[in-house]
Ligand binder design. Sequence first.
Ligand SMILES: O=C(O)CCC(=O)C(=O)O
Ligand SMILES: [Fe+2]
Length: 292
Amino acid sequence: MLPIIHFSEESIKPGSASWLSTSKDVVRALEDYGCFVATYTKFSQELHKQIFNESKELFDLPTDIKMLNTSTTPSHGYVGQVPLIPLYEGLGIENSTTREGVESKSSLEYSKTVAELDQIVMSMVSEEYGVEKSYKSLLDSASYLLKFIKYRGPNENETNLGIVPHTDKSFTSILHQKQVKGLEIETKQGEWIVVDPSPSTFIVMAGDACMAWTNGRIKPSVHRVIMKGSEERYSLGVFSFIKDVKIQVPEELVDAQNPLQFTPFDHYKFIHFIYSEEGKRSKCPIKAFCGV
Ligand SMILES: O=C(O)CCC(=O)C(=O)O
Ligand SMILES: [Fe+2]
């Protein structure tokens, strides 16, 4: 089972005893699994219902309308009807924590709430590592992508692979599932853990960019989606990306035992690299892109 961490009223008070012990749990979980399951006191069941209602309304739109949702960044707009993963559809909303980025009230509220959880988690990590200053500069340049995701059930003789095993290209990712199982996370021992959906839990994950920033201390978890039944599955992702400033390993994380592993890099150039021929061929694109 994945570690479960509760972000209660008490544990989100910076400096409290509960904050400090939760911070240690967060770092341990991220170092061991690259992810963990979280509950967050500020997330309501009402918002859970609203955001998934909205998701259904969006996916019920005709495909040609959904395709109008484009982005200059690969995979940040509408993705669907991809031959390798025919069950998958994703609709991305960039800058989802700002009013310009989103039109709907629940998308904005959902993104802001989940982004808050993300910032609590990463503040804890940065305190534990003694790299608050570096994190602060990244946070000032963070941008969130809200992704609505839907998988239809497979037809007979069709693949049941919802999404291929991968690590996220983000700095951090926070996933949320609706009732239907499917998300699986690979442990360091190579076992796949099925993450049970719950209306009150999130999966907090480190992305490739977080591995580079922490000089390899936190590795992103490999995950996939397998569709077992015929019922359609809805999930959501809130992904953080760093815009305009380069991500750089803080000097506090480099010493004789931990030599520098990554050179400063532009996060969005990295995303474009992944979709290039060289990036597609690479086993570990972040190392190929900016590894020392
Ligand atoms: O649908 C899920 O639970 C996972 C989605 C995912 O891994 C992604 O969009 O990167
Ligand atoms: Fe993912």
